[in-house]
Every structure is written in structure tokens, then in C-alpha cells.
Design a protein around this ligand. Sequence first.
Ligand code: COA
Length: 617
Amino acid sequence: MLWEAEYASKVTTTERLLEIIQPGSCVYVESGCGEPQYLTKHLIFDNMSLSDVHVYTSVPLRCYADYGGDFGSRFRIQTFFVAPAMRSAFAEGQADHLPLSTVGMFKLFHEGYIRINTAIIQLSRPNEEGMLSLGVMVDIMRTIIGKAEKVIAQVNRHMPVTNGDSLIPLSDLDYIVEHDEPLVTFSQEEPDPEIIEVGRNVARLVDDGATIQMGFGRIPEAAMHCLQGKRNLRIHSEIITDTVVDLAAGGALASREDGVVANAVTSSLCIGSAKVFDYVRENPEVELQDLSAICDPALILHHERFIAINGAMEIDLTGQSCVGLGDPTSFYGALGHAVFNRTAMFTPGGKGIIALRSTSRDGRRSRIVPEFTDARIGIITTQSDVNYVVTEYGSVNLFGKSIRERALALITIAHPRFRPWLLEEAKRKKYLYEDQVLPPDDAGFPGDHEEVRFFGEREVRIRPIRVTDERAIQNLFYAMSKDDRFHRFLRHMASLHHKQAQYLVNVDHTKSMALVVQALGDKQERIVAVAHIAPDEESVGRRVCEFAVMVDPAWQGLGIGTHLFESMIAIGRTLAYEIVRAIVWRDNHSMLKVLEKAARPMSRSADSHAYQVDIAL
Ligand SMILES: CC(C)(COP(=O)(O)OP(=O)(O)OC[C@H]1O[C@@H](n2cnc3c(N)ncnc32)[C@H](O)[C@@H]1OP(=O)(O)O)[C@@H](O)C(=O)NCCC(=O)NCCS
């Protein structure tokens, strides 16, 4: 039989299909932007013959305002992802959420834990060989079609034919209803300034050449936006949106001309507007694959520098994060989120990033919390999976950190207004030292003093010190020789306990500064030098700050001491000091050399042991 005849034999109308869904049966309705709206309306919503039907769906975007709620005994929604439009049904307990990963969702249907009686799907018009495309929503539809007893397809000319794993043969279909209508579209709300700043901080963690997974939500969307300007990126993501089209147009994505063999974009679901639907239409640069393949950890592990960008509703001080019911405007569900976050950090140079606003939109609640506020919210990223966490106040890497270190690190990226509360709560829970202090609230972090440069062959990052650098500063101290410690602290010191070390890392940036030099490429984030200037409390009349520095013996003689001294002279000036003072032991020839090299006007007074060197600013 020619395919045209087979096609014609399957074409029918919704009126003839009303009784095909038996009482008590299971129906899978394709969702997202692939939702067959015409079929959904006639076969589900308006179908009075339904009785006690379970309707499964994965990412419902619309038409579901009261799905389950008003429909009472006719049907009940079972969804893997909860959309704001369905919140009333969930709030009333009239719909069910299945918190499951994508791979779990595939297993559920593939292995028959749940049997689907009827699948209601949407496809493109047939191509010349009589194959129809799943178009913008490949999802797990191949599995659903393969397992369902009956498959009803809405054939819609608006559904584009897409490249990849999207073609379905006519033999897989039982009934075809032809109905053209624009696809469901979806756009995230405009980001507010805080979310844009979160996005910028995420983008700072992404290098050229990385492969990106984006979660669903305003924050991953804002982060993707901020990747404009990067080069040679690839996308490997469950979902792509209009933002990917912007990145492609802006030249941020890898192209075959760059010598990249594989597609720049590999995905499974397009959620957006005609912009992304047109982009994926027969585009050889975009491959839409089965969701189970996209989320397969073994395949993710083939990538280098895989960056997973996902949002969260709250993160607790131990590093576990949740998505959930708290915010009525948010979508939530597990799907690929946890797998991507967990697997990304095991790819060479990869990162799992959980990004969130530091507060609720009205600013009244911290999103970094001692304990989750809603018992119904689901923990998606566990303590053992957490890697990078980003807010508008910066980013921290929690991988391999103790609960104490995590709590402290998270407090440093919390909203400043909530930091004292979090500090007290963390102490109450015995996460932190009883005497733990934080830099004063009004001391904003002076991020503009950051630079990456080489000393000889060695690449370093120079940046202001953070309260989380305590252990690294202790390590530096213990790497110094006895004489070097004596020169730095002007007295013999055998150890540097937390009580002493925390004052080296807690800097009031309104009147002091400390710069650290961090060895790049060192997984331990080793600090190889630190320099301080702090007000000289004993000086009267003139504004004097005291300078001190220490450089790891293995890194001395490369010019680091001199560079830090010059930087501190400049910073001392911006802090309106008139004099930078160094107390230098008479036998400290290398420090005297550093001062000499600076060739600035200086006065030197001496007692029997030390020089007091004053540099006028
Ligand atoms: C002093 C110190 C900070 C210098 O750091 P550094 O990164 O080695 O400094 P630089 O490489 O910029 O410069 C060091 C200079 O001292 C010279 N130098 C080193 N040892 C010397 C010595 N015994 N006699 C004379 N000059 C010496 C180096 O050759 C270099 O000069 P050059 O660039 O002309 O060759 C480092 O040795 C240190 O941490 N010492 C212990 C702590 C300390 O003394 N801190 C100062 C307290 S204020």
C-alpha cells in the first residue's frame, strides 16, 4: 500500500474517537509546546464520556488552569512537572505530581510500570516518504508511542519537521486527526535586576568552548542571556528556548567551520515562540533526540567542560537545595536537573551550578535558609551532589567542603540583610565556630580588585580575601619557614589557630584591604601569597595604614611581593591614607629589596631590630 493510502485510511474526526478512552484507563497527552490542543480539548476537557481516567503529562504549559480540579470524577492529572497554571489543582489536592528524574520517567513507561492505553500526540505533516515529525517535542514520545495500545495523532502543518530522532512512521499511528493551529508558545517573565546579576555571576563561571545544559526557569534563562559574547559554546540540554537562537545569531555557538564535527545544539524539547520553532525547522545544526538519551549520564560524561545551570527555590546551609511549592509563579519538577548537576562536575573542567535569587521577590525572605520553609517542597540536589551555588552576591564552590565551610560560604552570598540571622542560626545548629565573625555589613565586596596574570610561567588570580579563605591562609602560614613567619608577624609563631586566622580573613573593606594570590589550575585553590593594609591605630594626626605581606617560599623571587606592594600603595591612596607603613626586621633583605625597588619617597627610622619605613602617598 502506498503511504498516501495508509494515511487516508487512518484519518478520522474527534467525534468518532470520543468513546475510545475507556473508563479507568491511562492516557498520555503530549505536553509543552507540542501539546495537541485541539485533541486535548475535544478528547479530554469537553469529553463527557470520560470516567476515572488518569491523564499523564510531562511539562504542561497551558490549558490546565483547573486540570483535575473541576473535572472531578472524569479525569485526574498526573504530571512530572508542575506549572503555575495548575497550582490551584495542586493546592486543593486535586492533581498528582510524580517527582521523578527524566531517566526514571523513561523507565516508568518503557518497562511498563505504568501502561498507557491511549496516547494523544501531535505531529508534522508527512514528508515525501510518509514519515511524520515529532517536531519541537521529541521528549519521551517515541517510548509513549511504542508502548501505548492506541495512538491518536493531531497532524498540524504548524509543527516543523526537525532533525534528529523525530520521525515517526505511519504504522505507529492508529488514528489521525488533521487540524492546523499555532503551537503553544511560552516565554519567561522579564528578569528583574537581581536575576540579571545572578545570570552575570553564572556566566563568569562559563569558559569558551563549554557545553551547556540549561534548566527551565527565569534564572537559567537570564544566565543563557549573559553568555552572549562567549565563543564556541555547545548546548546539550533537555530544553532549549528562544535564548539559544539569540546565542546562535550572536556567534556564541560552535559552528562546523570551527572544526566541530557534532551539532552545536542537541536537545529534546523546544519551549518558546515561533523564533525557536523556526530555528529548529530542518536545521542540521540542531539535533532533537529522545529525552532518555539527552539525560543519560554516560553520554553527558563524554563531554568536557559540561556546565549544568539550574535554578532552585531554596538552599539550606548544608548545601541541599529544593524546588517547590513556595513560589506560585515558579515551575517545578525534578526531571533532568539532579542528573545534570551531579554528572556535570565529573566531566573534565565541568561544573554543576545551582543559581538562585538571594531573597524572595519581595525581599522579605532569604532563599538561603537554615531549614526549608515548606515541608512539601522536594529536595532535588542533595548534600552530596552540590557543587557551585550562585546568587546575585557571587558564587561559591561547595564541592568537598565540610558543613562548616558550606554554611560560611553560603552566608557570604546571602543577602547582607540576612547574614547576621544566618550566622546566628548556623551557630545555634553548631555548624560554625561559636566565635565566628563576618566582615561588617556595610563593607561591600571590592570585586574590582580582581586580576588574572602570570608571574614567570605561573598563572595566578589576585583578588580580595574572603572569609572562606581561612584554611588556605592557615596552609600558607604553615608553608612558611620559621624565619619568614617571624618576619611577617614580628614575633615567633608556631601555629595559627582559627581564633587568630579569622582576623586575617575578616576585612572591613571600608578602611582595610587584603589581597590574596591564588594559584590557577590548583584544585585546592591554594593561596600562595597574601598582603594586608590596615589602619595603624597608634598613629595620630596623619592617616597611616600598616602594610604586611607573606609569599609562599616556593613562589618567592617571582615578583609577587613587589606587585602586591605596588597594588596596596594604589589601594591605600583610594582609601585616603597619607602614609603606608612597613615594619621590617633589619635582616629581612628581601622585603627591604621590595621596598627599594618601589623607588618611592620614603623615610626610614630604626631601632636595634627593625626599620619603620613610611611611604608617603
Ligand atoms: C619579603 C617577601 C614578601 C618578598 O616576596 P617576593 O615575592 O619574593 O618578592 P619579589 O620577588 O617581588 O622581590 C624580592 C626581591 O628580593 C630579592 N631577595 C631575595 N632574597 C634576598 C636576600 N637575601 N638579599 C637581598 N635580596 C634578596 C630578590 O632577588 C628580589 O629582588 P629582584 O627582583 O631584584 O631579584 C617574601 O620573601 C616573604 O614572604 N617573606 C616572609 C614574610 C616577610 O618578610 N614579610 C614582610 C613583612 S612586612
